[in-house]
Write a protein that binds this ligand. Structure first.
Ligand SMILES: Nc1ncnc2c1ncn2[C@@H]1O[C@H](COP(=O)(O)OP(=O)(O)OP(=O)(O)O)[C@@H](O)[C@H]1O
Ligand SMILES: Nc1nc2c(ncn2[C@@H]2O[C@H](COP(=O)(O)O)[C@@H](O)[C@H]2O)c(=O)[nH]1
Length: 380
């Protein structure tokens, strides 16, 4: 039956381990001083059964070589602050029961937790572009990437379909084998995946992270099933459906592209009917653009993306060179996390108390696409 409180599981003076109590469970994060670098373990203690379990851990793990502190943010998320780290790498989240984690629990049939890194910038939402095969998604995305190479980055999907002439592995897609991709999906490495026109396609968490890590806005070219999955995930994105001016025109474009056999063209056209229908599902897409004249559609797409670029009103300037001190404790007070630096002996004369506004917490994919506005740390 019931076991002891977290204090009995982890010594509160141990800077390498933390215990966070959530409902019937206690989440223990960390290792020992020696193992902290490479082995940031997570264990779960069930207070009802008195048993420990080791969950499947998804997402990129933080390196907590100087130790960490932990505080419960919401009932499904623990904030981990890395000791002696910069503001841009200081805050991490351990998701324990977010919608994404719940999905993964069902999929994997195990306990699951997922790491995500707090992002410093108020990053613009990723853009999901969807629509039937041959409508011109790839053409529009290429134009955007060519005109704004430093602003947008393409999420390179995995697929089991064979490469077309001129398609390069790691540029257009990661071409892979079904068994390998299925294994990675089982291990929770994918944000979404779907069977499309007889092949497996999917967006890996890493594909989105790679783009957002270099500060670019991520563009996903995925089918409607994929868009639905992303919509259901915790990644906050803008969803755009590209529609053809007519079915006949779609068929003409698909045939003119000349990349599919007649049988494949037929299959894609059959699927297109359903996709166009699903594109109208209320609440699924934020915008529908008709790609009749390419240039007009492209200009409309740009207008739409510029509209979305209104800066976040909650953005506050960062304290230059803020370092989370080695010696600190954190606690939660309403929407604020208070970082008490214990009269810190920090080299850069860090003041004693900081506040970090958790109301700025953004949704996002597991990995580095979500987080607190670390820039909202301010002097008390
Ligand atoms: N507005 C347009 N008018 C005429 N042709 C177009 C237009 N937009 C794209 N195309 C052409 O239609 C063909 C299909 O376009 P594209 O490959 O970009 O489609 P897609 O939606 O990315 O398809 P898939 O989902 O199969 O990857 C290409 O040959 C492209 O040059
Ligand atoms: N659900 C996903 N759909 C994807 C992904 N990458 C591409 N796609 C979609 O597949 C079809 C066919 O693409 P093609 O390159 O074979 O013509 C198209 O609708 C793409 O949008 C993905 O990662 N997930």
């Amino acid at each position: 039956m019931g076991e002891e409180a977290p204090e009995y599981l982890v010594d509160s003076r141990d800077r390498y381990q933390s215990a966070t109590d959530i409902g019937d469970k206690i989440y223990v994060v960390g290792g020992s001083e020696k193992s902290a670098d490479s082995l940031v373990g997570v264990k779960i203690f069930d207070k009802l059964t008195g048993k420990w379990s080791v969950p499947t851990v998804l997402g990129t793990k933080p390196i907590l070589s100087k130790g960490h502190s932990a505080v419960l943010l919401k009932k499904n998320q623990i904030l981990i602050l890395k000791r002696e780290s910069s503001a841009s790498d200081g805050a991490w989240f351990l998701e324990v029961d977010t919608p994404y984690v719940k999905d993964q629990k069902k999929l994997l049939g195990t306990e699951v937790v997922a790491w995500s890194k707090g992002v410093r910038e108020h990053g613009l939402k990723p853009i999901v572009i969807s629509g039937p095969s041959g409508v011109g998604k790839g053409t529009l995305i290429s134009k955007l990437m060519k005109e704004y190479p430093s602003a947008f980055g393409f999420s390179i999907s995995h697929t089991t379909r064979a490469p077309r002439e001129k398609e390069l592995n790691g540029v257009h897609y990661y071409f892979t084998e079904r068994s390998l991709m299925e294994k990675d999906i089982r291990e929770g490495k994918f944000l979404e995946s779907a069977s499309v026109h007889g092949n497996l396609y999917g967006t890996s968490i890493e594909a989105v992270e790679t783009v957002t890590d270099v500060g670019k806005r991520c563009i996903l070219d995925i089918d409607v099933q994929g868009a639905r999955s992303v919509r259901a995930s915790s990644l906050e994105a803008i969803f755009i459906f590209i529609s053809p001016p007519s079915f006949d025109e779609l068929e003409k474009r698909l045939r003119a592209r000349g990349t599919e056999t007649e049988e494949q063209v037929q299959k894609r056209l059959r699927n297109a009917k359903a996709e166009i229908e699903q594109g109208r599902t209320p609440g699924l897409f934020d915008h529908i653009l008709v790609n009749d004249d390419l240039e007009t559609c492209y200009q409309n797409l740009k207008k739409l993306l510029a509209l979305d670029e209104i800066p976040d009103a909650s953005y506050e300037p960062v304290i230059e060179n803020f370092i989370v001190p080695l010696n600190h404790s954190i606690s939660r007070k309403d929407a604020m996390i208070q970082i008490n630096c214990n009269g810190s002996q920090s080299k850069n004369s860090t003041p004693d108390m900081f506040e970090l506004d958790v109301s700025s917490l953004k949704g996002g994919a597991p990995g580095r696409t979500r987080g607190l506005l670390i820039s909202s740390i301010k002097r008390l």
